[in-house]
Each structure stands twice: as C-alpha cells, then as structure tokens.
Design a protein around this ligand. Structure first.
Ligand code: NAD
Length: 450
C-alpha cells in the first residue's frame, strides 16, 4: 500500500503536555441558569445519577490512523484531561443565592434531581460580584463589590482568585464567563494595550465593562478565560497580549447552543450542494433571566451581532455572488416569561435550486437552552485546562481550535473565523491528534484503492 497518497499526513512534533495532576478549580462569573445546570450536571454524573450527554470530552471518540486500523479511543482517554471527580467550583453573582437556590430559581432541572445533590449545591456560594447596571440595564443586585476605581475592583477579584486557590487546594484553575450579556461596546483606544487598559482601570474608563475586569484579573493570575457571552471581554488586543504573556489561554465568544448550532449545520449543507439563499428569518421566544436581559435593546444588539455573522462567513457571498449575495437575514429574540428556559425557535429559510426555482425549509426547534449549554461549559473548562498544560498551546493566546463551541469564534487578528460545524469539528480533532503526535486526518483516502 503506497504511503505517498494518504488519508492522513504527518504533523510537526508537538510539545509536551503536563499531566492533569491534582484538582481543577472552575471559577464562574455569573451563577445563573447555565452555570447551575453545568455544576448540578457534573455532580449528577459523578454520583451516577445521569449521563453527560452532549459532552464531546465525556462521550466522544477520536479516530486514529487509517479507517482500517480500528483505533477510535475515547477523547478523554486519548488526551490527559482532568477527571470530573477532580473538579471544584466557585463563582460570583450579584444575587446571594447559593447554587441550589439559583438552580431552583432558574427552573431548568427538576427539584427531584436537585434534591439528591442539595448539600453539595448549597456549598457553592457566590462571591460578591463586580457589577454596574450601566452595562446590564435589566438587572439589579446588592451582592456587589465596592471600590473607588475599576483597578480596585480588579485587585479584589485577583484576591478572590488567590483565596480560592488556597482554600480549595486546587492545582490549576479555569475561569468561564457565564454572566449576563452586557451592552454593545466597540473596541477603542483603552483596549489597545495592557498599558492603556491599566490606565483606564485607574481612571474608571466607561469602555471597560465588568466582564473585562474579570478577564484582566484571571489573565493577570495566569488563569485561562473562556467567554460564554457575546461581550467583547477577551476579544481585545489587551487580552491577547496578557494571555500570551502569562500563558493563560483565551477563547470565545457566545456559546453556540441552539438556533445558531442548527444554522451552522444547515448552511454548510446548502453550500455543499450549491443551493442558493434568498432569506433566512430566525425568531425565538425565551422566558428566562437571559431572555429578560436580552429584552434591553443594548444587550440585544450585542447578541444580534454575534448571531448575524454566521451566514456571511459560511456562505462566502464574494465567491458565490449568484447564490448568496442578496440574502436577507433577520434574527429576533422575544422575551416571553411562560416558556422560561425552554426556548422555542422558528426558522424560515427561502432557498432556490436548479434554474432558480424557489423552495422553503421550516425549522421549529423546541430546545432547552441551558441543557444545550451545560456540556459546552464542561468541554471548554476541560479543554482550556489542557491548553494551559500544553507547552505548544499555552502561549498562543486565542484557542481557535475550540471554535466548535462558539457563535462568534475568536481568531488571530485579521483572520476570518470558521463557522462551519464540520470544519470546526475536524479542526478540534486534528489539534488533539497533533498534540499527541498522531497523523492528521485529511479524509483523502486514495490509498484504499491502490
Ligand atoms: N444556551 C444558552 O443558555 C446560552 C447560549 C449562548 C450564550 N449564553 C449566554 O450565557 C450567559 C448566561 O446565560 P444564563 O441563561 O445562565 O443567564 P442567567 O441570567 O440565568 O445567568 C446569568 C447570571 O449572571 C449574573 N451576572 C450578571 N452580571 C454579572 C457580573 N458582572 N458578575 C457576576 N454575575 C453577574 C446574573 O445575576 C445571573 O445570575 C448569558 O450571557 C447568555 O447570553 C447562553
């Protein structure tokens, strides 16, 4: 069998990965629906009550070598990931509720499940938050830190991180933003470098939102930071600089959980078969606190930008003007309390085929927002911890290989993001193969016919 034409090709020699020794601390700014569903879920899995469905790190496998080799280990056996039993949790919120009360309030998981792990959930209590209503208009809470300057607040968060490191006896930590969506902000001069950002912190610059203060604190402490909301947060030159300098990986933005997940499955399919698109209308009803926050036009604008970018990048209208240069894309989110976390989305997709004949696709997804988001949080925490321990990845800054999990994947400056779910999956798995010195899989496969 000729090895010249191969389905896989050699990767460069990867650096070492430190073993996942000791406990892993998970720090969550925002202890609402997503965060509590994630933490309660991990505990339920640890206790053998439920299965970690939706989690690639827990259930996924990875093919190695040729299709005929029959080597497909579980991902968690292939790369050294922290075990669920080694995870310890803390967080911050503007409300004082512990994780049991917060999970009951979120109404995602049934009380009968929560009651089986009640003492554990009650033991996870929020630290006072860094919060300012200017950035999330619909919320008001009293459990917040006080400080004269934003730098004071950053120092307090750094102290919280050090305190958690000491008291939890964790060997490593990851911070993941599970807080509310903040108002729409644009990158400006204060975000250009660590120097200008620190000046801005001292001067209480309005362009510095609370999520950025958490990110700054984490990166200063060498802790990786993942961003689950569409806020700019770590998608800024100052954070790229800090991340690389302190070997604290960053990734974001905005968990790709429901409607956008479907969009990034269907759009690549249309493009693969050269079917045209006239319009894509997406609407949602959502009744949880996230829905209430997004009812504010300034927070919605941040979410809208994140949801809209997907189709442009996947369909590449510049390359296919006859198919994709004129499509109309509209995204609406309507706050509708009776549905709570059980979001319902409708998509009407106007497509056209052979000789321009029009057709329609209707999609009605009755999803559960936080049920879809929780396994994303788990995978991100474990993969970000892996990135921190990898000699090769830890100093890179943005972890683009984790694009699979985001609506608006961060990239190196000037690079366009890959939104296609299948490309993203291949990128993630090839990164893992590369890290372990295995051959990359290109799916060429001509050698089977030699
Ligand atoms: N499927 C999903 O649920 C999904 C998908 C993509 C993105 N997201 C994003 O994830 C985030 C969390 O979603 P959720 O459904 O858990 O919302 P949620 O409203 O239930 O929880 C957010 C929590 O963050 C807290 N918070 C707000 N600002 C804070 C601050 N500065 N510091 C500390 N805590 C703060 C709020 O008090 C609230 O408890 C939102 O930004 C949401 O847009 C969720």
């Amino acid at each position: 069998m000729a090895n010249k034409k191969s389905e896989s090709k050699s990767s460069a020699k990867p650096g070492a990965i430190a073993p996942a020794k000791g406990k892993l601390g998970v720090m969550m700014p925002g202890m609402g629906a997503v965060a509590t569903t994630f933490v309660a879920g991990v505990e339920a899995v640890r206790k053998g009550i439920s299965l970690p469905i939706g989690s690639l790190t827990q259930m996924g496998t990875i093919r190695l070598g040729k299709r005929t080799d029959g080597r497909s280990p579980k991902i968690k056996k292939f790369v050294p990931l922290a075990g669920l039993n080694d995870m310890v949790f803390t967080g911050w919120d503007i409300f004082e509720d512990d994780m049991y009360a917060a999970a009951k309030n979120a109404g995602v998981l049934e009380t009968s499940l929560l009651d089986q792990i009640k003492p554990f959930l009650q033991s996870v209590k929020p630290r006072p938050a860094v919060f300012d209503r200017h950035y999330v208009k619909k919320l008001d809470g009293k459990h917040v830190k006080k400080g004269k300057t934003k730098m004071d607040l950053a120092e307090q968060l750094r102290e919280d991180i050090r305190d958690f490191q000491k008291t939890s006896k964790t060997a490593r930590q990851v911070m993941i933003w599970c807080g509310s969506t903040e108002i729409f902000l644009k990158q400006s001069g204060v975000h250009a470098s660590v120097k200008s950002f620190e000046k801005g912190l001292l001067k209480n610059d309005e362009q510095i939102a609370p999520s950025m203060i958490y990110a700054y604190a984490a990166l200063m402490e060498g802790v990786p930071f993942a961003n689950g909301a569409p806020n700019l947060t770590v998608d800024l030159p100052v954070m790229h600089e800090l991340s690389r300098r302190n070997h604290a990986p960053i990734c974001g933005k905005d968990f790709k959980s429901g409607q956008t997940l479907m969009k990034t499955v269907i759009a690549p399919g249309l493009k693969a078969r050269m079917l045209g698109l006239d319009g894509w209308f997406s609407t949602n009803i959502l009744g949880n606190r996230d829905g209430e926050v997004l009812d504010d036009p300034e927070s919605f604008k941040t979410k809208e930008e994140s949801k809209l970018s997907v189709l442009e990048y996947i369909l590449q209208p510049d390359l296919y003007p006859q198919l994709y240069s004129k499509f109309y894309h509209k995204v609406r989110i309507n706050y509708y309390p009776p549905r709570a976390d059980n979001k319902e989305s409708w998509d009407n997709i106007d497509i056209f085929g052979w000789l321009g004949y029009p057709m329609q696709i209707k999609l009605n997804f009755l999803c559960r927002d936080s049920i879809l988001a929780a396994p994303i949080v788990l995978d991100l925490v474990l993969f970000m911890d892996l990135a921190k321990r990898s000699q090769e990845l830890s100093g890179l800054g943005v972890q683009e290989w984790l694009s699979l999990y985001f609506k608006s994947p961060m990239t190196a400056p000037g690079l366009y993001p890959e939104h296609d779910l299948f490309i993203q999956t291949m990128k993630l798995k090839n990164t893992l193969r590369h890290l372990k010195g295995e051959e990359l899989i290109t799916h060429l496969g001509l050698e089977y016919y030699d």
